[in-house]
Design a protein around this ligand. Structure first.
Ligand code: WT7
Length: 710
């Protein structure tokens, strides 16, 4: 028996996961927040931890709810009568648009709410004051109501780029109680169409084009594809509202469809100066849907509430982002992701601060761009993802020094950050003056789950930190036994308690909601005690002796490309749409810039010749079905997929080949001989292309664990 198989046999006996035996992270030391930060921090009194201690749950969240303006105050903090469908702040009524706009018009009408920075540097930056935002949101709400016929409870799909019209439309929807579902603009028309039909939206709001790396892209063409795809799925779209990037000038080649499509700039004059009363809605009414990719089946429409969600993002923006109204805050994420919803739009605007919206690529036209924006606008809080930090370090390692900006606070989110990259962020981008928060959470969660209180708790490179205020995490093994606290052993991280920001359900699929997130660790499905319903995050994690959690990544098969989570199933379903393809398997390959990239393995139908054209067809269809970000780094045509005797494709084996790591035990395969054949071919080509990456121990472990979930 090889050492490898002895080890897995032992692991099986001990019933520990593969991840558990092999996490050897070096412990990093703590960094303390600079004194000038502590002096001004929103959370500076250590007693805040006591206010949110477990014995104060759930009443502790009154502190977050009280940051909002309620039309009618709530009577019950948390209703657990129908678990795990928790209801927060029951009896309360409010409006999210009122909270993000109207209430600030009274106190700071002339302060900028949004600053829009177009990608072309010769185009003017636009500052939109709270008064101006109020006007635009009202007029847009009037248009949505009176032209598009939308009312509270209707769904509308947005496929908008990073332009100020996007937050304006979101807030206009919120004003009416219309449930918005924004789809990341980089996603294809087909991906958008699937989400339109899933949410049953009768209206699509889009833009003709937007700038990306200096090119004005045709975006309207995707609207036609989206409507066609929704129709194939049996769903009709009645209206497509098309904003124009340059009003009066059409950036797309596709014709407008008579009776369906309309240019928003042509109808808006009818709604000039119209005011729309914010609709007072129950705290538990849905605010929006945000789709998240999973391993199996369709993307999940995560439904978020008005009261719980808004309270949670407002509270965490205040204490963890340390937002004060007078700050200039720039989160460089896309509003098409949950990060943008929570921490560009709803959290920051609810607190009445100035939030920057940047249209384009951070390195356009050169790697100094983000630091010029920061210098020019006086940005003092900066928020981005490790993939962007790695890219900026690679293309402009000393650029930040050339610019006179000063951050007090920086965030990292979306994937684990390598301690080395963290240190560059801290020393070079932050100039040693800024505190960093590493924030772990998910689309499903509404807001942060683990991080450090920036003025009170030290940072540790590569670790998210303890559970945030009112969040009590736990690590369980596969059998539901708690992994000893602070032991550094890996397991599945769960949250023991409900919190206001947690999503309410998967749109249209409550069974899948229960199954995916609660079934695994619930021991008594009849219990109405929240203690019996830990939330299973589907992430692996370890906890160090200092109580800090380090997130190891998904336990299911999602490939995280530059912060975009792509489901293997979705990628594979797209590939087999190509006529010649019989079977497809998607695996992650470690990529210096994007974190992970996708590689596709395909086998062809009998009698079909392996040609570069077929490879290109596969790459292309993944682009159109899912998006350019998903384009595979390589498509490998193989004689046969390595399979188990029961016919399951062994993704871990091909993932090992793609990454030059151990393929593990293959003796139990139905066709072990094919592995060597594939390996020789793939390695030859990769060596010739210079694609031989040296993986860290942790990366190698992740690749090894990939595909184990089956
Ligand atoms: C998954 C959620 C949270 C908004 C952006 C992504 C991974 C997220 C971290 C972090 C390590 C992280 C997890 C999580 N993740 N933040 N700070 N450290 N891993 O939202 O697309 O729903 O992805 O991203 O694996 O489950 P999402």
């Amino acid at each position: 028996m090889s050492a490898e198989s002895t080890q897995s046999a032992e692991a099986e006996e001990l019933q520990v996961s593969e991840a558990q035996i092999a996490v050897h992270w070096k412990e990093e030391s703590h960094y303390y927040p600079p004194p000038q930060f502590i002096g001004q921090a929103n959370a500076s009194d250590p007693s805040i931890r006591d206010r949110f201690s477990e014995d104060k749950f759930p009443e502790c969240f009154k502190e977050y709810a009280d940051l909002l303006t309620w039309d009618q105050y709530w009577h019950t903090t948390l209703d657990t009568s129908n678990p795990p469908f928790w209801r927060w702040f029951v009896g309360g009524k409010l409006n999210a648009s009122f909270n993000c706009v109207d209430r600030h018009v009274r106190t700071r009408p002339n302060q900028a709410a949004l600053i829009f920075v177009p990608e072309p540097e010769d185009e003017e930056t636009q500052a939109i004051t709270y008064r101006e935002l109020y006007r635009r949101v009202n007029e847009t709400a009037a248009m949505l109501r009176d032209y598009a016929g939308l009312k509270a409870g209707d769904r509308v799909t947005l496929h908008m780029p990073m332009v100020p019209e996007l937050p304006v439309v979101m807030l206009a929807c919120a004003r009416l109680g219309v449930i918005h579902s924004q789809v990341f603009a980089g996603f294809s028309g087909a991906a958008c169409g699937g989400r339109i039909s899933d949410s049953q939206s009768s209206v699509l709001i889009t833009m003709d084009g937007y700038y990306r790396s200096g090119t004005l892209l045709d975006h309207k063409v995707k609207a036609d594809e989206a409507v066609a795809r929704a129709k194939e799925e049996g769903h009709e779209v009645d209206k497509v509202l098309v904003y124009r990037r340059h009003p009066g000038q059409y950036a797309s080649q596709t014709p407008m469809v008579e009776g369906r499509d309309v240019f928003v700039d042509e109808i808006m004059p009818q709604f000039r100066d119209k005011l729309v009363d914010p609709v007072s809605l129950p705290a538990e009414a849905p605010l929006f849907i945000m789709y998240s990719s999973g391993t199996t089946g369709r993307p999940k429409g995560c439904q978020h509430s008005i009261g719980g969600y808004l309270a949670y993002v407002t509270g965490t923006s205040k204490y963890y982002q340390d937002i004060h109204p007078e700050d200039t805050y720039w989160c460089a994420a896309d509003i098409g992701w949950i990060t943008g919803h929570s921490y560009i739009v709803y959290g920051p605007l609810s607190l009445g601060t100035t939030s920057v919206v940047y249209e384009g690529v951070p390195t356009y036209p050169d790697p100094g761009r983000p630091w010029r924006i920061a210098e020019r606008l006086g940005v003092n809080i900066f928020h981005t993802a490790p993939t962007t930090i790695r890219m900026l370090r690679k293309v402009g390692p000393t650029e930040p020094k050339k610019y006179d900006y000063h951050f007090k606070h920086m965030t990292t989110v979306g994937e684990p950050i390598e301690p080395d990259v963290w240190r560059w962020y801290y020393e070079v981008v932050g100039k040693g003056e800024a505190v960093i928060v590493d924030t772990w959470w998910q689309t499903e969660n509404g807001g942060f789950l683990c991080s450090t209180l920036p003025g009170l708790e030290p940072m540790k490179p590569g670790s998210a930190g303890p559970g945030v205020l009112g969040i009590y995490p736990v690590i369980y093994d596969e059998n539901g036994e708690e992994v000893p606290k602070g032991s550094g052993r890996a397991g599945n991280i769960c949250i023991r308690n409900p919190w206001p920001g947690i999503f309410q359900t998967i749109w249209g699929d409550p069974d899948r909601f229960v199954q995916t997130y609660y079934e695994k660790y619930n021991k008594d499905p009849k219990s109405t005690d929240w203690h019996d319903w830990p939330y299973f995050a589907n992430d692996g994690a370890t906890q160090a002796p200092d109580g800090y959690y380090r997130i190891l990544g998904r336990v299911d098969d999602v490939i995280n490309v530059a912060g975009h989570r792509l489901g293997t199933k979705e990628l594979e379903s797209a590939a087999i749409l190509v006529d010649e393809v019989a079977e497809a398997a998607a695996v992650p390959v470690v990529d210096e810039l994007r974190g992970r990239a996708v590689e596709m393995y395909i086998s062809l139908k009998p009698g079909v010749a392996a040609t570069p054209e077929v490879e290109e067809k596969v790459a292309k269809i993944i682009e159109t079905e899912i998006g350019k970000v998903a384009r595979p780094k390589n498509v490998w045509i193989v004689p046969d997929m390595p399979k188990t005797r029961s016919g399951k494709i062994m993704r871990r084996v091909i993932a090992g080949i793609s990454n030059f790591t151990d393929v593990g035990d293959i003796t139990t395969l139905a066709n072990p001989e094919v592995v060597e054949e594939i390996r020789v071919h793939v390695h030859e080509v990769k060596q010739a292309k210079g694609e031989v990456a040296k993986l860290s121990e942790k990366e190698a472990e992740e690749i090894k664990a990939f595909g184990q979930a089956e």
